[in-house]
Design a protein around this ligand. Structure first.
Ligand SMILES: C[S@@+](CC[C@H](N)C(=O)[O-])C[C@H]1O[C@@H](n2cnc3c(N)ncnc32)[C@H](O)[C@@H]1O
Length: 272
């Protein structure tokens, strides 16, 4: 298995860690580096070209390298995984964790594989809660999940009563995991996962959810506006609570309906 190691000055550790989360990693381990430096160990899959391309935009003083590591060591985080409560009656449970929940609790069972999407990241929690607010189970809604990772948001949308969800991601692993997880949660007939680009998607969608880093949201803003239906809701996350005004600017003329924050991250719901 291929580990991505980003070696940064101590003062940049948090910023670099946020940048890695935004790229869709499942876990980041911080290790002491040379004096005054920190190494962030993570994985973005085993395709060297894709990983190097993903970190190409990092500042020059962040030194990235790839290391081959033993898969059994890399997977120790799995031993510590626990269910994540999104609401009192909604929980995201790692597929390998044996747990039982009270009647009436909606359980989303997720295997992330090498994708982002254990459901425990603040941006996923915030996006899931926002989705629950905007999905009207009586309306037969079409949902688009942009940057689907493990598919957790697309699957949640169906469980909340949407009729259909298209789930797209630039990572082929995300397509596979989303299809697997849709089947695992009994919603395979309602979720179509692919590596199609947003530019190829045909709207209008009643709900578009995009939990992706701010620069990508800005890059995709025109296409997000294009696929959103006239009465649709756009949920964006992957943005920092105190630094997302520039993303909202790119999404004008959409107006902000609600901002939710958790642990320094934000999710914003917008409408026309
Ligand atoms: C932060 S993860 C979110 C995963 C999942 N939606 C969740 O909330 O747990 C962001 C995902 O966006 C994908 N991504 C990044 N840029 C993209 C783009 N331009 N188009 C589609 N997906 C993209 C990454 O591969 C990653 O899986």
């Amino acid at each position: 298995m291929l580990a991505l190691v980003v070696d940064v000055p101590e003062s940049d550790a948090e910023l670099a860690s946020d940048a890695l989360w935004g790229l869709g990693v499942v876990a980041v381990e911080e290790r002491r580096g040379a004096p005054g430096r920190v190494e962030l160990w993570t994985s973005l899959g085993d395709d060297r070209a894709i990983v190097l391309d993903a970190v190409a935009g990092f500042p020059e003083h962040w030194e990235s390298r790839l290391e081959e590591i033993d898969e059994t060591v890399a997977d120790t985080w799995r031993d510590h995984a626990v269910p994540t409560w999104v609401d009192d009656d909604l929980v995201i449970c790692p597929a390998w964790v044996e747990a039982s929940f009270a009647e009436g609790v909606t359980v989303l069972t997720i295997e992330p594989g090498s994708t982002f999407g254990m459901g425990d990241h603040p941006t996923t929690l915030l996006s899931t809660r926002a989705l629950r607010r905007v999905v009207d189970p009586a309306a037969g809604m079409r949902v688009l999940d942009v940057g689907c990772g493990s598919g957790v948001l697309a699957i949640a949308a169906i469980r909340f009563g949407a009729e259909h969800a298209d789930a797209i991601d630039i990572s082929p692993a995300a397509e596979t995991m989303t299809n697997d997880n849709a089947a695992r949660n009994g919603v395979a007939d309602h979720v179509v996962a692919s590596t199609a680009l947003l530019q190829e998607m045909v709207g209008p969608y009643d709900v578009v959810v995009a939990n992706i880093l701010a620069p990508t949201l800005i890059e995709l803003s025109i296409e997000l506006l294009r696929v959103l239906g006239p009465d649709g809701s756009l949920i964006i996350s992957g943005i920092l609570a105190d630094r997302h005004a520039h993303v909202l600017e790119a999404l004008q003329p959409l107006r902000v309906v609600q901002v939710d924050e958790l642990d320094g991250w934000a999710a914003v719901t917008l409408q026309r």
